[in-house]
Design a protein around this ligand. Structure first.
Ligand code: AMP
Ligand code: ZN
Ligand code: FE
Ligand code: FE
Length: 279
């Protein structure tokens, strides 16, 4: 079973529409995918509708919630979330509003640095989805202030950059509880980005809040990192998941859809835990 459980669409900072991601997933031979947009579940229903017409692809309704911690950020994935849950919908709407405020502040900082970009253009690039730094990076590129998207992060909007602005603080354990309350399965995303924090301490705290999995097979993780994370998953009895975090940036650098996968035994565990029939 080929399962990529970390994908972005135009509902956040991905470049492909949900229906395009579904078609691409089928084209590259995936059996299961999850749509995991930043602070949005707007891509889930369109993806489910497209997949229904194909019949060969299972879609796990998902989300990726951003949280800030000292000198780093922790992202929490939620699988099998109830995408009709009002509390979840409302909370995600608030996070997206906070993202708008934050983008405006970053644009103001960029202007002070002589790197003017238009708010209207950033909004256009976000196409109604949750606004993220990649949209600002794209606008900087179009305005000729940078030559590559990664330059935006290196020079301006990376965590240490002069135009970086923090988000409204949400604690990782709050994101875990929010997902669990919407009958979702909370999973710690790309665990090597936890900033100053100690991974074991983070996991112990999050397990108490309801964490069930950890993303072990990710993007460009090396064999050494993967084997370390496999041991962590085993030690804390967490389901080891995997996904590409594909955004269709088409920068020639990103991991492509289907290039990082969740093992079949983990898929079975997830479906069992969600009380869903396995394929
Ligand atoms: P935001 O949600 O606004 O904090 O933006 C986070 C997104 O920006 C991530 O999902 C990545 O797609 C992208 N990103 C973060 N850091 C970098 C980086 N150094 N280079 C390129 N993209 C990045
Ligand atoms: Zn993203
Ligand atoms: Fe992430
Ligand atoms: Fe992601």
């Amino acid at each position: 079973m080929r399962a990529d459980l970390h994908l972005h669409t135009t509902a956040s900072d991905g470049k492909l529409e949900p229906h395009e991601i579904v078609s691409l997933a089928i084209k590259v031979g995936l059996d299961v995918i999850s749509i995991t947009d930043h602070d949005s579940i707007d891509g889930v229903i369109p993806a489910l509708e497209t997949a229904r017409t194909f019949n060969s692809l299972r879609i796990i309704p998902g989300v990726e919630i951003s949280t800030d911690v000292p000198n780093g950020e922790i992202h929490i994935l939620g699988y099998f979330i109830d995408y009709t849950n009002d509390d979840l919908i409302q909370a995600l709407r608030e996070f997206r509003e906070a993202r708008e405020g934050r983008a405006l502040k970053m644009i103001a900082k960029l202007r002070n640095l002589g790197k003017e970009i238009k708010w209207g253009r950033v909004r256009e690039l976000a196409r109604g989805g949750s606004i993220g730094r990649p949209h600002i990076a794209q606008a900087l590129l179009e305005a000729g202030h940078i030559k590559t998207l990664s330059e935006a992060f290196e020079k301006y909007i990376g965590r240490q950059g002069p135009a970086y602005v923090e988000r409204k603080k949400l604690l990782p354990q709050e994101a875990v509880r929010l997902i669990a309350a919407a009958r979702g399965l909370p999973v710690l995303a790309h665990p090597t980005f936890t900033g100053d924090l100690n991974l074991d301490e983070v996991i112990i705290e999050l397990k108490n809040a309801g964490l069930v999995g950890i993303e072990v097979y990710y993007d460009k993780y090396t064999a050494v990192e993967i084997s370390r994370l496999e041991k962590v998953a085993e030690r804390y009895r967490l389901i080891s998941t995997g996904g590409s975090d594909y955004h269709a940036f088409n920068d020639g650098l990103e991991t492509m859809i289907g290039e990082a996968l969740t093992p079949s035994y983990s898929i079975e565990q997830l479906f069992l835990m969600a009380d869903n029939e396995v394929l």
